[in-house]
Unconditional design. Structure first.
Length: 248
């Protein structure tokens, strides 16, 4: 048995008898992608027992903490200050602090900041522990109806048209479900590109996941393009594209 899997003695447990957080450890805490009920008991305990919360969006994280009556110092980290903040987080870990890292929604590092911090902590020899939970990628894929045994996650496509088309062309012959994220401002543009490059594929648009107006739209790129032109599609999207040669 790995020592990390052994039952911790009472001295390493909190007042409720649960394993206490390790000093000098970085905890990657998944947070709700919309519905505030979608947070684990372990995530809440980690946020309550950590010394500081490193957050991509301090306002959004502040709202989450207030909702669950948790009061903790919040350290801002995002794409453009992640290198500098990584150094500060490492210094906190050296002092034995327990750091919880969260993104604005979902799992840190999945199309969000966090990867650099994790790499820096690992290279410095500190423990990195995932506290799993909500992830838009998984939620959309499992409810899409498309094959999930093999899939390829792209994240966000490049903003420039030439780079976007090049990326999509490269993926055209991949025999797996394709999953990507897209904003409402570019969804019609994406559907136009899919209609040109993947005209015969099954496409699923997962919109506003876990929220009041959650919606799954299914059809060909042309059919979904017509829908987007007929009505305003708002919210963040997970876009799923069926495999080139689906297994029946």
């Amino acid at each position: 048995m790995d020592k990390r899997d052994e039952i911790k003695p009472a001295s390493h447990r909190n007042e409720r008898g649960l394993p206490a957080l390790a000093a000098g450890a970085l905890y990657l805490v998944a947070t709700p992608i919309g519905n505030l009920e979608d947070i684990t008991l372990r995530a809440l305990r980690t946020l309550r027992e950590c010394d500081v919360v490193a957050a991509e969006d301090t306002r959004r994280t502040g709202q989450l903490l207030r909702h669950y009556e948790i009061s903790k110092p919040i350290l801002s980290y995002f794409r453009f200050n992640e290198a500098k903040r990584s150094e500060e987080i490492i210094e906190r870990l050296r002092r034995g602090e327990k750091v919880a890292l969260v993104t604005d929604a979902g799992s840190p590092g999945i199309s969000d900041p966090g990867e650099r911090v994790v790499r820096a902590a690992m290279e410095a020899g500190f423990r990195v522990e995932a506290v799993p939970g909500p992830c838009a990628l998984v939620a959309a894929l499992t409810a899409s109806g498309l094959p999930a045994e093999e899939f390829h996650f792209i994240g966000f496509l490049p903003h420039k048209s030439g780079q976007r088309r090049k990326t999509l062309e490269r993926l055209r012959n991949l025999n797996a479900t394709l999953v990507l994220y897209e904003s409402p401002h570019r969804i019609e543009k994406l559907l136009t590109e899919l209609n040109e490059i993947f005209p015969d594929r099954s496409v699923v648009l997962a919109r506003e996941l876990t929220k009041k107006f959650e919606e799954f739209l299914r059809g060909s790129p042309a059919e979904l393009l017509a829908v987007s032109q007929a009505r305003s599609l708002k919210g963040e999207f997970v876009v799923l594209i069926g495999a080139a040669n689906p297994v029946s």
